[in-house]
Design a protein around this ligand. Structure first.
Ligand SMILES: Cc1cc2nc3c(=O)[nH]c(=O)nc-3n(C[C@H](O)[C@H](O)[C@H](O)COP(=O)(O)OP(=O)(O)OC[C@H]3O[C@@H](n4cnc5c(N)ncnc54)[C@H](O)[C@@H]3O)c2cc1C
Length: 423
């Protein structure tokens, strides 16, 4: 069990947040607003790593973990199919095995139900948490409440979602099941032929995720927060402070938040905490809209390749599935480029002109739950990473809980499912 917030509170005055993605920046902004002296440390400008290139969906009904009984059944086929949504670079298998075994074990029905219940308090509050930070930053015109849509070209594809829909029902997620006409009314620019849709009307869309993080970082600075463009090499907790080994020397803080996304494992290890964290790499292509009609929201073509088309401010963003290859292998854009004709078939008129290709690193735990909470070794180090496919969705709500922990307030809900000691 997580100790109550009041017993972990140490009334810090100086706090370092390591990592300026959407998660770290949200933590930093909340903490700065609480009156702490916060330093956000990252060699890259805020929001330019994984938080740059996602599909922009803020999914308030995201209660389906990545590993499920169906995935356990399908994964051998997926790994050997050249065009499936999941790709494993086989050379990486020995390193990945401990994570992969736990990932598959997390797909047991009983465990999936527990994980789903643990995702609910985070996801259901996600949009409200975004609104709170947007109001603070004045970052209007980026996030719109347009919902989250998955479309199916076959009845059998839709029927395969019964298990996932059962999880959503159990967690009280509002879901509309659409027929072909209703899909056309929502998204007239899509090709005809989609027979079923799953629509979550309470979800939202960030039409330029990097701009959102940058706006929060700018507000953080306006409120007196400091940004340091250095890489953290090491963390050394002591009784009355934490020494942070930065590129240009040591800095001393009362507390540290580790929010370094897929790169957080080594920092946790230095504090004495073991975590199963790997990366589910993902790609995007930015396409010129060409002659396509208006796409109104991010749309998943669930049984036509599992990719997403999202109408970003700078083009139509095509995002792909998962590549298991670790942090160091070079990107391979061949697979996502093969999706261009499929995307054009789904959104007639879409140009094949690619204005950007991008790869990012989803920070993923095997049980699809983030790590949020203090180190068991020292309350001076608080973790906020491992948000897998949902970091944009869950960044602001995570920041709110981290600020509660470091401010001696009770978090909005029980954080024990996210504790690092579960590994
Ligand atoms: C293709 C794709 C589509 C996605 N679509 C969605 C979506 O629609 N909705 C959604 O909710 N999520 C989505 N995601 C997931 C989401 O993008 C991630 O979960 C999220 O960006 C993770 O945010 P983060 O702040 O934890 O990590 P990052 O954005 O990766 O930030 C981590 C930061 O830590 C810094 N860092 C690392 N090591 C150090 C160090 N030693 N010292 C200092 N700084 C360090 C890095 O430079 C980086 O800036 C998608 C991801 C991908 C790849």
């Amino acid at each position: 069990m997580q100790p109550p917030a009041s017993s972990t509170a140490i009334a810090p005055r100086t706090i370092a947040v390591i990592g300026a993605g959407i998660v770290g920046t949200s933590c930093a902004l909340h903490l700065q607003r609480d009156g702490h002296a916060v330093t956000l440390i990252d060699p890259k400008p805020p929001g330019t790593a994984t938080s740059y290139g996602n599909a922009g969906a803020i999914v308030t009904g995201a209660v389906v973990p990545n590993s499920t009984p169906a995935l356990r059944r399908d994964i051998p086929h997926m790994l050997f199919n050249r065009d499936s949504a999941v790709r494993l670079r086989w050379r990486y298998l020995p390193q990945l095995s401990p994570w992969l075994i736990r990932f598959l074990l997390a797909g047991r029905d009983s465990r999936v139900r527990e994980i789903s219940a643990a995702l609910q308090p985070l996801a259901s509050r996600a949009y409200d948490a975004h609104r709170e930070l947007i109001t603070l930053s004045g970052a209007d015109g980026i996030v719109r409440p347009v919902g989250w849509l998955k479309v199916y070209a076959t009845e059998s594809g839709f029927a395969g979602t019964e298990y996932d829909r059962g999880l959503m029902r159990a967690q009280g997620v509002k879901v509309d099941i659409l027929n072909a006409d209703e899909i056309r009314q929502l998204e007239p620019a899509l090709a005809p032929g989609f027979v079923r849709g799953i629509f979550q009307p309470d979800s939202a869309f960030a039409s330029l995720p990097a701009k959102l993080t940058a706006a929060h970082a700018a507000q953080f600075q306006r409120m007196g927060g400091t940004i340091v463009a250095e890489r953290v090499r090491g963390l050394h907790p002591a009784a009355d402070h934490v020494a942070v080994d930065c590129e240009l020397g040591y800095r001393r803080f009362d507390s540290v938040v580790v929010a370094a996304g897929a790169w957080s494992k080594e920092l946790a290890r230095q504090v004495g905490d073991r975590v199963f964290l790997d990366t589910e790499r993902g790609y995007h292509l930015n396409l010129e809209p060409g002659e396509a009609g208006e796409l109104r929201r991010p749309t998943v073509f669930a049984d036509r390749g599992g990719f997403v088309l999202a109408p970003m401010q700078d083009g139509i963003r095509l995002t792909s599935g998962v590549e298991l290859a670790g942090l160091n292998a070079p990107p391979d854009f061949a697979r996502i480029r093969r999706l261009i004709p499929k995307a054009q078939a789904m959104l007639p008129g879409l140009s094949d002109r690619v204005t950007r290709q991008w790869m990012g690193y989803r920070p993923s735990t095997p049980d699809s739950l983030p790590v949020i909470g203090p180190s068991p070794h020292t309350p001076r180090v608080v973790y906020a990473f491992g948000h897998q496919h949902l970091g944009l969705t869950l960044g602001p709500i995570t920041g709110r809980q981290v600020a509660a922990l470091l401010g001696g307030r009770t978090p909005d809900f029980d954080l024990s499912p996210y504790r690092i000691a579960r590994f």
